[in-house]
Design a protein. Structure first.
Length: 318
């Protein structure tokens, strides 16, 4: 079997070998593939691996050898799954590989906002502590404990529940929203609708999928419901947030801060409104990227291919 990876750099920039996949066929890895080279590079593939390279119906129609698509991520919207199904091509994804990585990142974002450790380290290196008349100083108007704060989790799937578990260890109060409201946990939380979460939470963190219903769900109206001292965290999908509205809410002081690991178009465009936002922590879609998570992703991907070759496809989304 010929196995082709269209954009393998983010999964393995050099520290996460393709060995588990190499054992399953003849492997060709491209770090990145521009649109005009997709068909040429994928033309000989029996099994195609993609992370963000799109595989639409027109492209799939030009790949008659293709037998399996395995997406190197949990989200699979880069593939026209209906078109693949019509051609008898199963599409697999990799669920739950980054749960701990993303949940820990959310807690780090919260702690960074309320503790401002990096900022105060920089002030010390700039000589501010030396010049201080006191043994202690701080320049963070939101220098608070997490204990006793209310965390609102919008999207209570695997990652959302893990965020709740970590936050519970910090003795935070938890509000959660889910379409199904069937989640069970070993820690206390309360169900709430999305508007109630935005009204009452000190921190709102987004963990819901991008759907027509959630696209732009965090807009000026919802942001206006938040407490002046509250913050918003988005490690889910960029288009959940109307970015110009978030910029305006931050720059006006309507909310105290935000942290975004995802934006509407990635890499971020030079004219993205968030680049002009105050009190915003902005990271380049790295919450998922801990080495342990990428190693897990590699192993599960190999498992997807092995299962397909054994006639029992796993993690099929179409």
């Amino acid at each position: 079997m010929n196995i082709t990876v269209l954009d393998g750099h983010t999964l393995n920039p050099g520290d996460n070998p393709w060995t588990p996949v190499e054992a399953l066929g003849s492997l060709t890895v491209h770090d990145r593939t521009p649109p005009e080279l997709i068909v040429e590079r994928a033309g000989n593939a029996d099994i195609l691996l993609t992370n963000k390279v799109p595989l639409g119906a027109e492209t799939l129609a030009q790949l008659p050898k293709l037998k399996l698509i395995s997406v190197l991520a949990t989200g699979f919207n880069v593939v026209d799954t209906a078109a693949a199904r019509k051609r008898g091509i199963p599409v697999c994804n990799v669920p739950s590989y980054s749960t701990d990585a993303v949940a820990e990142f959310v807690l780090a974002m919260m702690l960074e906002h309320f503790k401002q450790i990096r900022r105060h380290s920089e002030l010390c290196h700039q000589g501010e502590w030396q010049r201080s008349p006191d043994f202690s100083f701080w320049k963070n108007p939101h220098f608070h404990e997490l204990a006793g704060k209310t965390l609102g989790i919008v999207g209570f799937g695997t990652i959302g529940r893990r965020v709740g578990e970590l936050a519970h260890a910090f003795r935070m109060n938890l509000l959660a929203n889910s379409r199904s409201r069937t989640a069970a946990t070993d820690y206390p939380f309360e169900w709430a609708d999305v508007d109630t979460i935005f009204r009452h939470a000190d921190v709102v963190t987004l963990h819901c999928p991008l759907t027509p219903e959630t696209d732009g769900m965090v807009d000026a109206r919802r942001l206006s419901l938040m407490k002046p001292g509250a913050i918003l965290i988005n490690t889910a999908r960029g288009p959940l947030v109307v970015e110009a509205d978030l910029r305006d809410a931050l720059n006006s002081g309507q909310i105290a801060g935000a942290a975004c690991d995802v934006v509407s178009a990635e890499p971020i465009a030079a004219d993205n409104p968030l680049l002009a936002a105050q009190n915003l922590t902005l990271t380049p879609h790295i919450a998922w990227a801990a080495l342990e998570a990428r190693q897990r992703l590699m192993q599960i991907t190999a498992g997807n291919i092995h299962a397909f070759l054994a006639g029992k496809p796993a993690n099929v989304v179409n």
